[in-house]
Design a binder for this molecule. Structure first.
Ligand SMILES: Cc1ncc(COP(=O)(O)O)c(C=O)c1O
Length: 376
């Protein structure tokens, strides 16, 4: 992507052609394995791209009534909704617009029996299971960690009536390969095999890094086909990150350069407000034309424009000294960034743009009203 110099800053720029490239891989997976892939809106929800995404993906996975409405309004295909717990009002609304509703506990499944029965002809119901098999290295992203509130453990299934349930759902992976999925499927089958055979569908959740260069797509297809054949079920995948992997940048501008034992550049973006995963996970985003600290001639710590002391992106080196006004591109910023922005400290929200056929279309800019509207 060659971006114009006058692009607004900060700005998320999503690359239409990179999305097409990722979708071609999903298309292949769907064709070869017979699975249906959904977009997890929690990871990527830039609805200006939905006309493209919905040509390949079968629908969306929503985690709240707001995401379900967005999926229904803007995507218009299947809506699969899961929430750790529903309140009655939002469940009623979700039932109106969802194809699948997934419950996180028998308690919720039983509590809303009457409501479920009213929608039984229109909505399919599922339960999220917890296979108690951890593949994740980061506890924050591991739904199978000890005392996890996500998913029903096998012991809770004893003596339960599964009438009205047509599917099971699990989500255990995070940026993982098909071999992690294979080990997870072994755990799922080992614990829940006898229930799977009674189901119409099973949802393998997200966390499949399908569009990463070294992902073994053929192995994934083999796993899915084997599962479908063995249990005679439909298989769904609901990735977020893989749909938008390497499909966008965050453009930011150097506002100041200071010195405190090292050079520190202050940017017009913020780790905490615009890319909180950098601090939570934590991880170090790549920057176009930058290296590890010390690798190139000029090293800087890049800091955000909020008052949080730890609002630091990381240390990077550059071939030339940075100057005030320089624009930098943080790479792979389409997923889990735009969906997570806040207006903490009143830091300006990044604009949203789409790059297509060498042109940049500015889709949305934000201002004072967007900050104010959330506060009273
Ligand atoms: C239930 C569920 N489904 C799907 C996803 C999407 O995962 P990813 O974006 O890693 O593919 C998540 C992510 O947290 C999730 O919790």
């Amino acid at each position: 992507m060659i971006l114009p110099l006058d692009i607004p800053s900060p700005c998320f720029v999503v690359d239409y052609h990179a999305l097409e490239r990722n979708l071609a891989i999903f298309d292949k997976v769907q064709q070869e394995s017979g699975t249906k892939c959904l977009l997890a809106l929690k990871g990527f929800a830039m609805f200006a791209t939905f006309p493209l995404l919905k040509k390949t993906l079968h629908g969306v996975c929503a985690s709240s009534i707001n995401e379900a409405i967005l999926g229904c309004e803007e995507f218009g295909r299947e809506v699969h909704t899961f929430s750790p717990a529903y309140d009655e009002d939002s469940l009623k609304q979700c039932l109106e617009i969802s194809d699948h509703i997934i419950f996180n506990s028998f308690s919720q499944f039983e509590r809303f029996k009457k409501l479920r029965e009213q929608f039984a002809n229109k909505v399919e119901f599922g339960l999220r299971i917890n296979p108690e098999h951890s593949e994740g290295e980061v506890a924050l992203y591991d739904p199978c960690t000890a005392f996890s509130r996500l998913g029903i453990v096998r012991a809770e299934f004893e003596d339960k009536n599964l009438a009205g349930i047509s599917g099971l759902h699990f989500h255990t992976l995070c940026e993982q390969d098909s071999y992690a999925l294979e080990r997870t499927l072994d755990a799922v089958e080992d614990k829940f095999g006898k229930f799977i055979a009674q189901m119409k569908w099973i949802n393998f959740g997200g966390g499949h890094h399908i569009t990463r260069d070294d992902y073994d797509v053929a192995h994934l297809c083999k796993l899915i086909k084997r599962f479908k054949d063995k249990y005679n079920v439909e298989v769904y995948l609901e990735p977020g990150e893989a749909v938008a992997l390497n499909a966008g940048v965050l453009v930011t501008t150097v506002l100041d350069i200071i010195h405190n034992s090292m050079f520190i550049a202050i940017l017009d973006t913020s780790a905490t407000a615009h890319m909180p995963d950098v601090l939570e996970m934590p991880y170090r985003p790549e920057i176009k034309n930058a290296g590890q600290p010390g690798e190139k001639a000029y090293t800087y710590r890049l800091g955000g424009n909020s008052c949080l002391a730890g609002d630091v992106i990381a240390d990077y080196s550059f071939d030339k000294p940075l100057k005030i006004g320089d624009k930098l591109q943080l790479l792979d910023m389409a997923h889990y960034s735009m969906v997570k922005t806040t207006t903490f400290n009143g830091v300006k929200l990044p604009a949203i743009a789409l790059y297509r056929d060498k042109k940049v279309e500015i889709i949305k800019t934000f201002g004072y009203e967007d900050f104010k509207n959330r506060l009273s």
